[in-house]
Design a binder for this molecule. Structure first.
Ligand code: NAD
Length: 351
């Protein structure tokens, strides 16, 4: 066995009902006295509750999907105008993404309080959108210093959104199995992430107020993000990145739809990944296990349901072909990727 593995340095505090308390401890530990709290309008009340005990210099509520550069610029200006010395983000991946955009140019430390399963809080990846083109990169400055996980903050996340977001996390795990920097450590994290999501998500789908299900799913989503940050983007993430950018599709739902098709495409040529995913899903085979879980969750099925036109399949396949990661287990051809996209577009059974 021989590998090189980077572990990203950040503290994780995980406790239901303790977000306000844990957040205050983290901000005190940073010695911050002028905090900017970033939360979307929809999470305004939640953020006020969680950050009530902090020395807040500015509340920022302008958040947009995929972090448009002009939104990032305004947030940076606000941070400078209010002489902010730390950032707190309360919300999903879009909110964490905005905090990262501010940290990227200012170096301000972030404490993240996530309220979806997107997992951006545990990666050093930033993303910005300009003229409908999303650019991503990695930078140590954007990695939050600490994450405050509180599963009780997610009880309001509707079942359908929870399922899509949870399958986005599952996709981080599955794609880590064959991603460019896959190694024994991120494979182990990804396997445990799949197991925890398999336990938690059905409980959440049946009852979004099930705290135990929320805890399992959130723990799984964290492991998923750590595995993904370490292993890098595999074929699944490249496909979703192209589709999201070209057709402005919703992030979590796109991942949820595409995942079974990429698994079916790669699993026959990736026996170790197949065995690990099957075991974590407690199933005979990885594809069967995922199909069973998706049926229990009533998972999103077709890209056309989210506004993608059939005419987009060929240009998307061509764009994906140009960014296929080296070392993908199954050889990727234009014909193969076109068939995969067509099945995902119409919601056919993965082959
Ligand atoms: P999102 O942040 O846009 O949130 C989706 C919706 O959920 C929003 O309407 C939000 O208001 C709502 N919401 C969030 N928390 C809620 C709660 N507790 N109760 C009720 N509603 C709630 O979407 P997302 O899927 O969390 O994140 C997607 C974004 O994150 C994408 O831009 C994606 O590229 C990015 N992302 C980045 C990384 C990274 O490593 N940089 C990783 C994963 C995702």
């Amino acid at each position: 066995m021989r590998f090189d593995h980077d572990t990203l340095a950040q503290r994780v505090r995980f406790a239901s009902g303790a977000a306000a308390e844990n957040l205050a401890v983290e901000i005190k530990g940073l010695g911050a006295s002028r905090v900017m709290v970033i939360a979307a309008e929809a999470e305004r009340a939640l953020a006020r509750r969680v950050a009530a005990g902090l020395p807040v210099a500015h509340w920022h509520h302008e958040v947009a999907m995929h972090v448009p550069v002009e939104v990032a610029e305004r947030a940076r200006e606000e941070a400078a105008a209010h002489r902010v010395d730390a950032l707190v983000c309360v919300g999903g991946g879009s909110t964490t993404g905005l905090a990262k955009a501010v940290a990227l140019t200012t170096g301000l430390p972030i404490v993240a309080v996530p309220t979806t399963y997107a997992g951006s809080e545990a990666t050093n990846v930033w993303g910005l959108t300009e003229n409908a083109r999303k650019t991503t990169g990695t930078d140590p400055r954007v990695l939050p210093r600490a994450i405050v996980y509180d599963a009780s903050l997610m009880l309001t996340l509707p079942a359908a959104l929870s399922v899509a977001s949870g399958l986005n996390a599952l996709a981080h795990c599955v794609d880590s199995m064959w991603a460019p920097r896959a190694d024994p450590i991120n494979l182990a994290l990804a396997g445990e992430g799949i197991r925890a999501l398999r336990v938690g998500l059905p409980l959440v789908a049946a009852d979004p107020g099930d705290l135990e299900g929320r805890e399992h799913a959130l723990y799984g989503a964290y492991l998923a993000a750590v595995a993904f940050a370490s292993a890098g983007s595999g074929l699944h993430h490249k496909i979703c990145h192209v589709l999201g950018g070209m057709f402005d599709l919703p992030h979590a739902q796109t991942h949820a739809v595409v995942l079974p098709h990429v698994l079916a495409f790669n699993a026959p040529a990736a026996p170790d990944a197949e065995r690990r995913v099957a075991a974590a899903l407690d199933a005979e085979s990885a594809t069967e296990g995922l199909a069973r879980l998706r049926a229990r969750l009533d998972a999103p099925r077709a890209l056309r349901d989210y506004g993608m036109a059939e005419s987009g399949i060929v240009p998307a396949a061509e764009a994906i072909l140009a960014v296929v990661p080296t070392g993908n287990p199954t050889a990727v051809t234009l014909d193969g990727i076109t068939r995969l996209l067509h099945a995902a577009w119409e919601g056919a059974e993965p082959r």
